[in-house]
Design a protein around this ligand. Structure first.
Ligand SMILES: *[C@@H]1O[C@H](CO)[C@@H](O)[C@H](O)[C@H]1NC(C)=O
Length: 407
């Protein structure tokens, strides 16, 4: 009799646990393997819609960099002069420092995060991973910034996996020579190696994806677009944000950031100790706002937090970004270009002038894409779209684009 009651109670418990509110999954039930990663841990995305495996991966790559005839800067006085020359109207520094091609090879450790929907059924149905590449002076936290400001959450809710990483020379990733190694070309080759890992076994965490979508912001868009020039079969679709072909106000935006040698910057707080003098970081919150934000469409607390989390870019990147810019003439898969309509850096504060700058960028970067190309300008939004109150609107546009293209 007693055992019958126990049995009945057990059934009741089992039934009630089935009808109870869905519990957050155990990360280990989604990530049964951590192969390819070291130093692993589990975490949830900012809004807890995604469960993530964090860890370091090792990437080998080689690229045709440029031999830069410059070693330094020895101090901030020299750095400021160098940046002034970089931003000058007729920047001869590019020619003066160009020592010709320089093949660079290496194996580096990157800090990464692979996220799946925090729902077992949605996680089991994932076929597409979005490969997220952040912009200059940011790190991978741009994609998962805070609850309500997380593209990783939005993607997970829509059934996508995401893979985000700190680019070489950023955040928790390795910081090699900021002049000769951390240049534009090697960043593109590293991105290519990441695609290969996501597309082949044993891959990362034993996961094999049918589709890889490249998503970039700002410099991350430049790298993502450059990949579609060099390896047009890598991405099944691309989403570029915070980018255009109009460069009239790029210099003024960069000047506002007032780049300083990161290890000597007042904002260092120890996080840039020991990295080379060719790593730069913005120096003031007002400069950050000027370049990347549109008031009043952001929460001041988000701006403060964005300033506290600022990272670096390198002199090597600043001198070589321009070499990547060109059309992906043979890329014909879906493309979305989305900008904040008030992006100062790439649109001088109005992306509709003199004509739609996202549309102009689409025409230049993807001349063969035809009706698989689409653009959107998010109203009242600056360059760092994900850190504005309109982030959710931008995320919805990305998801709508992917759905429309059956990804
Ligand atoms: C800055 O330092 C570099 C490397 O030492 C040097 O080549 C350059 O001439 C210096 N620039 C100025 C303005 O002193």
């Amino acid at each position: 009799m007693l055992s019958l009651i126990t049995f009945a109670l057990a059934c009741l418990n089992a039934a009630s646990s089935v009808t109870a509110l869905p519990q957050e999954v155990q990360p280990s039930s989604i990530f049964t393997s951590t192969s390819g990663f070291t130093g692993t841990g589990f975490t949830f995305s900012a809004g807890r819609s995604a469960v993530c495996l964090i860890g370091r991966i090792s990437v080998s790559a080689s690229a045709q960099n440029i031999k830069i005839l410059y070693s330094g800067p020895p101090n901030q006085l020299n750095a400021t002069q160098t940046i002034q020359e970089l931003l000058a109207g007729a920047p001869t520094i590019y020619e003066e420092t160009n020592g010709g091609p320089n093949k660079v090879s290496g194996t580096w450790t990157l800090s990464t995060k692979l996220c799946f929907p925090a729902d077992l059924i949605a996680a089991s149905r994932v076929t597409t991973v979005q490969l997220l590449t952040h912009g200059a002076t940011l790190d991978q936290t741009y994609w998962d910034f805070a609850p309500g400001y997380s593209y990783i959450d939005a993607a997970a809710k829509a059934g996508y996996a995401t893979f985000s990483y700190d680019r070489l020379g950023v955040g928790q990733s390795q910081h090699p020579d900021p002049i000769q190694v951390v240049q534009a070309a090697i960043q593109v080759e590293i991105l290519h190696q990441l695609v290969l890992k996501l597309r082949s076994m044993p891959g990362l965490a034993g996961k094999l994806f049918q589709n890889v979508v490249g998503v970039g912001h700002s410099a991350g868009s430049t790298f993502t677009q450059a990949l579609t020039q060099q390896y047009p079969n890598d991405f099944d679709a691309v989403i570029l944000t915070g980018v255009s072909t109009s460069v009239a106000t790029v210099s003024a935006g960069q000047a506002a950031l007032n780049l300083q040698i990161a290890n000597q910057s007042p904002t260092n707080n120890g996080k840039f100790n020991g990295i080379g003098n060719g790593y730069f970081t913005p120096s003031t919150q007002t400069g950050l706002q000027f370049a990347f934000f549109k008031y009043p469409n952001f929460d001041p607390a988000i701006l403060t937090s964005a300033f506290q989390k600022l990272q670096t870019n390198t002199l090597g990147e600043l001198l070589t970004f321009g070499t990547l810019v060109g059309p992906a003439a043979s890329y014909t898969r879906p493309v979305q270009i989305l900008n904040g309509n008030s992006d100062y850096v790439f649109c001088g504060g109005n992306c509709k002038l003199p004509s739609d700058q996202a549309a102009a960028a689409l025409g230049f970067f993807y001349p063969a894409v035809g009706d698989k190309g689409s653009t959107y300008l998010v109203p009242n939004t600056g360059h760092n779209i994900n850190q504005h109150k309109s982030a959710g609107e931008a995320f919805a546009k990305h998801i709508e684009f992917l759905r429309k293209n059956k990804l």
